[in-house]
Design a protein around this ligand. Structure first.
Ligand SMILES: [Zn+2]
Ligand SMILES: [Zn+2]
Length: 399
């Protein structure tokens, strides 16, 4: 299924060609030299001013011919350490690397939108900031771009991104208000006791029962310490300890993940986990340490922006709109959405006939390129509506 689009066929064809070129040469986080150079070349050819930030990030600025607000459009550029098995004719030519999350399409669609906006800039109100971001899959390029002033020159009023999504049919645009994914934080626990002979437990400090109690007690955070109407996931992913059947283990290591959508719950977890872990270790005569590794926060879509954008797209385009449920995945667009009203939209790419059915991060991942026109149209429409004030954000004009 494709929808009638305001995007000319040659614009779409060019975006598809660029997408395939990027797809053949995937690059991991902060190594996107080839992709960033391609982006810079395209922007230069279009006559769009651009600058490098955060090593391989590129910021382009389109200056409209009329006064107005500033919209930011963000595309990520990095690939994953996966060996491609999609069967596409333009599959990765780099062993062990693959665009398995659709960032090649995100980059190509943003270049397509940039071309349309630049061509019509005489009638464009405001400015459009094009954010070509490195390292979304880790360690994260959004924060370094923000620290390098990507949202400040010019001052961005609202930001939007699209992510391809196999849950939605090709070309459908998913708009969901509030938390659309989760914060994913990692924890490492180490328990230290005293080893010994399995037959003489009274002269050792056994870390195995201590670990077992901790595993069960940590679930209390979800079961007894969190508002039942909010969500938190506590998962212990690994337990490692012990030597053989008749030796008391002097050490156990465990790792796990916390998933949350609410920032206040998220920040309370470390303290709760530490209280449980240290309390149980003390009760068993052992010692325990907890180390947290914080990932990206949840993306919180601005509710007013999503409502206004939904109404605007419904009134001014023939795009098919959807309201998909949140996922528990992570996405560092969260940092942009913390600074300015943000909207992370989903772009449906599901097409059973083409085999576009596998989830992102699968070696079989494939997208239906029939969605690309709808993606470009959504980016262009957002930028124009923010710039012209058709979608109101931030301070009143002239304030
Ligand atoms: Zn991904
Ligand atoms: Zn992604």
């Amino acid at each position: 299924m494709t929808t009638a689009s305001i995007i000319a066929p040659d614009v779409t064809a060019r975006a598809i060609e660029i997408r395939r070129r990027i797809h053949r040469f995937p690059e991991l986080g902060f190594e996107e030299e080839r992709t960033a150079s391609l982006v810079e070349r395209e922007l230069s050819d279009l006559g769009i001013a651009h600058r490098r930030v955060a090593k391989t990030g590129v910021v382009g600025v389109i200056d409209g011919g009329r006064p107005g607000k500033v919209a930011a459009l963000r595309a990520d550029m990095d690939a994953l350490p996966i060996t491609e098995r999609s069967g596409e004719a333009f599959s990765s030519e780099v062993a062990g690397k693959m665009h398995a999350c659709g960032h090649d399409a995100h980059t190509a669609m943003l270049l397509g939108a940039a071309g349309v906006l630049q061509r019509d800039r005489a009638t464009l109100a405001g400015k459009v900031v094009l954010l070509f971001q490195p390292a979304e899959e880790g360690p994260g390029g959004a924060l370094p771009m923000i620290e390098a002033g990507a949202l400040d020159d010019p001052n961005v009023d609202a930001a939007m991104m699209l992510h391809v999504d196999v849950r939605l049919p090709t070309g459908a645009i998913g708009l969901t208000a509030g938390a659309v994914n989760a914060a994913a934080d990692e924890f490492h626990i180490e328990i230290e006791g005293v080893g010994g002979h399995g037959a003489y437990p009274h002269i050792a400090v056994d870390t195995i029962p201590c670990a077992a109690t901790m595993v069960l007690a940590l679930q209390n955070i979800a079961a007894r310490e969190t508002d039942p109407l909010k969500s938190v996931v506590v998962t212990i992913g690994t337990i490692e300890g012990g030597y053989r059947n008749n030796v008391i283990a002097d050490r156990v290591k465990m790792t796990g993940t916390f998933r949350t959508q609410d920032e206040s719950i998220r920040t309370s977890l470390e303290g709760k986990a530490r209280r449980i872990i240290e309390g149980i270790a003390a009760a068993y005569g052992a010692k325990a340490t907890l180390k947290m590794i914080f990932g990206y926060p949840a993306v919180i879509n601005d509710a007013a922006l999503i409502a206004a954008l939904r109404a605007h797209l419904a009134a001014s385009t023939t795009l098919v709109l959807a309201d998909p449920p949140p996922t528990m995945g992570g996405e560092d667009f969260a940092y942009f959405a913390q600074r300015v009203p943000g909207a992370m939209l989903r772009l449906g790419v599901r097409n059973e006939a083409l085999g576009s059915i596998h989830s992102a991060h699968s070696a079989l991942f494939k997208i239906d390129e029939g969605a690309i026109a709808a993606g470009i149209e959504t980016l262009v429409t957002f930028a124009r509506a923010i710039g012209s004030g058709q979608i109101a954000v931030g301070r009143a004009p002239g304030a």
